[in-house]
Design a protein around this ligand. Structure first.
Ligand code: ATR
Length: 283
């Protein structure tokens, strides 16, 4: 790998950033592709985020992934945004154009759909309603991506129903809000059930949804990837449902980010998933 004065510079910013796996993923791809490029982690002070971003105008760096807690502010800092980023109300990718403008995009949505395509091949998002557990930023991004992909209805189920309602109100009539008491009825004809809460992180119990109520053809997905096989996914497997893990989503969102920053596809020979599994102690 060469990093010359002409290197293409990309990166990721968040607070904190030191646990991010994005630098490992992108630099493995850079090395394998033999690019004169680098991908660096940044942890700006939260109060300085806007100054930090504006300083890159004109291409001081080519692109920046954005993670917690800056995704909403990243969208606001940009001059233009993709439909998906606007709908999601958040951006996880900023591209700094040579003309000085900043373009915001959201690759979490393609990441979610890409993970489903890989781990539940043939699944049709447009065929049945989706149940999303949780109403935070992750749920909002997923809702935008699923609506754009043709989901007939998205049902937001959250402990705090008012928060689910606020999310539903931000979208059109295809999104409904509900509390845990409505869950059994909403699961009965669901095609896809997604955990977008933090429940299950670190090995604890996942959301209390009774997955035996879902149709046999339903796909169950977890955005949590530590551990890889969450309690929620293990429960889904126990009743024979196809599952999609959060690690695949993490990996799939990195693919379009890499392409936009470095202008080439990630080299197919890199086993990025295997690398991440080893880092997580799962490989
Ligand atoms: P993110 O941006 O990752 O989506 P967030 O905005 O903090 O994170 O949202 C976390 C989600 O997990 C919320 O839907 C939250 O429910 P509330 O809105 O009721 O707080 C949900 N969540 C977190 N801990 C929970 C728990 N112990 N039981 C049920 N839901 C929980």
């Amino acid at each position: 790998m060469t990093i010359s004065g002409a290197a293409v510079v990309g990166g990721v910013c968040g607070a904190p950033i030191k646990h991010s796996m994005s630098p490992l993923i992108h630099n493995a791809w850079i090395r394998a592709a033999g690019l004169d490029a680098v991908y660096a982690p940044f942890a700006p002070r939260p109060e300085d985020f806007e100054t930090f971003v504006q300083g890159f105008r004109g291409g001081a760096i080519r692109g920046l992934n954005v993670t917690i807690p800056f995704k909403e502010r990243a969208l606001a800092a940009a001059d233009q945004a993709s439909d998906l980023a606007s709908m999601a109300g958040a951006a996880n990718l900023l591209i700094f154009e040579a003309d000085g403008s900043i373009h915001a995009d959201n690759t979490d949505g393609p990441g979610l759909l890409g993970a489903i395509a890989v781990q539940a091949p043939g699944f049709d998002v447009a065929a049945a309603p989706v149940v999303i557990l949780g109403a935070g930023g992750a749920a909002r991004g997923a809702t935008a991506a699923l609506l754009l992909a043709g989901a007939p209805q998205v049902r937001i189920v959250n402990r705090t129903v008012a928060r689910a309602q606020a999310l539903a109100d931000a979208f059109a009539e295809k999104v409904i809000a509900a509390g845990d008491a409505d869950l059994p009825a909403l699961l009965a004809d669901a095609g896809l059930v997604i955990n977008a809460t933090s429940l299950g992180l670190g090995g604890g119990e996942g959301p209390a949804a009774d997955l035996t109520l879902t149709p046999e053809t339903a796909v169950v997905m977890d955005m949590v990837y530590k551990p890889l096989r969450t309690e929620f996914l293990r429960r889904a497997e126990a009743v024979g449902r196809r599952t999609v893990d959060g690690l695949e989503m993490l990996l799939r969102q990195a693919v379009p980010s890499f392409e936009r920053m470095y202008g080439v596809a990630p080299p197919a020979e890199v086993d990025a998933r295997g690398m991440l599994l080893r880092i997580l102690g799962e490989g």
